[in-house]
Design a protein around this ligand. Structure first.
Ligand code: SF4
Length: 183
């Protein structure tokens, strides 16, 4: 009798208003990536060519929410992922991009596209293909329910590895000591 092969967990990841640094830190798990792909398979992610998120066990979200497309993608992830994780300071609190929150959006746009030195006859882009910016940068928990938060800018590779191995093994993930930091 053959032993049934355990089903691999399906994992999706995305970057919203992030810098991809959290994804780079994910790749910092280095040789553990080989162990990881024995346990999981990737769904939509910057690491794959899958365009739409399908039913998943785990969704990892990097970045806060700064425009209408971010809201759409985040809601898709929440609908499709059993467990949704805010990965990194931007997803947890809005992060450094949220420093624009004390400025008016229209002033920011005018400053960059119309009044910046060297810009002549500049116009604020208004092509309907472009997602509309939100007035403020939001942490993801202000838009959808979030199951877990991993702080850090970025969280370290070892922290991400510890968190994922706990979760995959069915344990409540716990980060302590040097694995838990906010910078
Ligand atoms: S938390 Fe830091 S590393 Fe991660 S997306 Fe934000 S700025 Fe980049």
């Amino acid at each position: 009798m053959t032993t049934p092969v355990p089903r691999k967990l399906r994992v999706a990841t995305t970057s919203l208003a992030g810098c991809f640094g959290c994804h780079m830190s994910f790749l910092d798990i280095d040789e553990h990536l080989f162990e990881l792909v024995e346990l999981i398979e990737f769904d939509r992610s910057p690491l794959t060519d899958i365009k739409d998120v399908g039913p998943c066990d785990i969704g990892l979200i990097e970045g806060g929410v700064c425009n209408s497309e971010n809201v759409h993608v985040l809601r898709e992830f929440r609908r499709n992922c059993k467990t949704l994780i805010a990965l990194g300071a931007c997803a947890v609190t809005g992060g450094l991009p949220a420093q624009r929150n004390h400025l008016s959006l229209s002033e920011c746009l005018r400053e960059v596209y119309q009044f910046r030195p060297g810009v002549e006859n500049g116009q604020i882009p208004n092509d309907p293909e472009l997602p509309l910016p939100l007035d403020k940068v939001r942490p993801i928990h202000e838009v959808v329910r979030v199951d877990y938060f991993i702080p850090g800018c970025p969280p370290s590779g070892p922290a991400i590895w510890k968190f994922l191995t706990d979760l995959i093994a069915g344990r409540t993930p716990r980060l302590t000591g040097g694995l838990l930091h906010y910078d």
